[in-house]
Design a protein around this ligand. Structure first.
Ligand SMILES: NC(=O)c1ccc[n+]([C@@H]2O[C@H](COP(=O)([O-])OP(=O)(O)OC[C@H]3O[C@@H](n4cnc5c(N)ncnc54)[C@H](OP(=O)(O)O)[C@@H]3O)[C@@H](O)[C@H]2O)c1
Length: 244
């Protein structure tokens, strides 16, 4: 593993995002995404095959600094997700006075969320589900703490507020997919983007890219490059976004 920016140095994978666990900055929303070199976020409707084993290690390091990890219903429909961190990072979290595992959060769809076999852990203490107004919360009540939007889809601003006020979430990590990235970016809620560029070319024009939908998000805003790491041709980029 090499760091390319801001310093040029050889380093260990465990160093890359080690600062996040002990970071005590104010409330933040982070977004973590992996794409192919040609910008695709899924291969055969799954993200898992894009990033390397090193990317998966770094993904867990980012999670280790988060109080909650959020997924959209579209991702849960396509992939099994297991938003936990391994024992060594769990110990670091406890040492940093955090809950041993990040809270899992799902933004459900109009058809609810079928969680059976989809999320590794599931109880009202460690899973929070936000549902659109028209979805039926009853099937989830034994497995999750459920909030239903007053109208339409869950609003990202309300989600961040409720997670902070009722679940003490200061660092919220958005792990996708593209519709959810879009919703949080368009609300100006994302403070940092962790972006892995895998050295793979999909050449699949039908596959999803980083954003989804057609809504205009306003003029582009600048982002400040924080760090770049590299391993076997895979790039790990970290940017900070201005508050809107
Ligand atoms: N490369 C990566 O880093 C990465 C990461 C995660 C996922 N993925 C891939 O992304 C794909 C899934 O992405 P996706 O865009 O289809 O689904 P998604 O972003 O995971 O979830 C979107 C769904 O969540 C529901 N939702 C609830 N509140 C919402 C809101 N405020 N805004 C938008 N949607 C809201 C909607 O359901 P309704 O339409 O029923 O209302 C919507 O269809 C999968 O193939 C997965 O493998 C890639």
């Amino acid at each position: 593993m090499r760091q390319l920016f801001p310093a040029l140095r050889v380093c260990d994978t465990t160093d890359v995002y080690a600062d996040l666990v002990f970071d005590s900055a104010d409330r933040e929303v982070w977004m973590n995404v992996v794409t192919t070199l040609d910008g695709r976020t899924a291969i055969d409707n799954k993200s898992h095959g894009i990033g390397s084993a090193t990317d998966h290690v770094l993904m867990r390091q980012i999670r280790a600094g988060a109080d909650a990890v959020l997924f959209g219903a579209g991702t849960i429909r396509q992939e099994c997700v297991s938003p936990g961190v391994p024992a060594v990072l769990r110990a670091a979290r406890i040492a940093a006075n955090r809950r041993p595992q990040p809270l899992s959060v799902v933004l459900g769809g109009r058809d609810g969320v079928d969680l059976r076999g989809r999320l590794a852990r599931s109880s009202p203490d460690d899973l929070v589900v936000f549902l659109p107004h028209e979805a039926d919360p009853a099937p989830l009540n034994d497995h999750a703490t459920v909030y239903r939007a007053e109208s339409g889809r869950p609003d990202p601003v309300d989600v961040v507020h409720i997670l902070h006020e009722r679940h003490k979430v200061r660092r919220l990590l958005i792990e996708g997919g593209p519709s959810i990235y879009t919703a949080f970016l368009q609300c100006g809620l994302v403070d940092q983007i962790f972006w892995t560029v895998a050295p793979k070319v999909s050449a699949d024009a039908s596959a999803a890219d980083m954003l989804a939908g057609t809504a205009y998000g306003g003029p582009p805003s600048g982002a400040l490059l924080q760090t770049i790491f590299e391993h076997e041709g895979e790039l790990y980029l970290r940017y900070r976004l201005p508050k809107r």
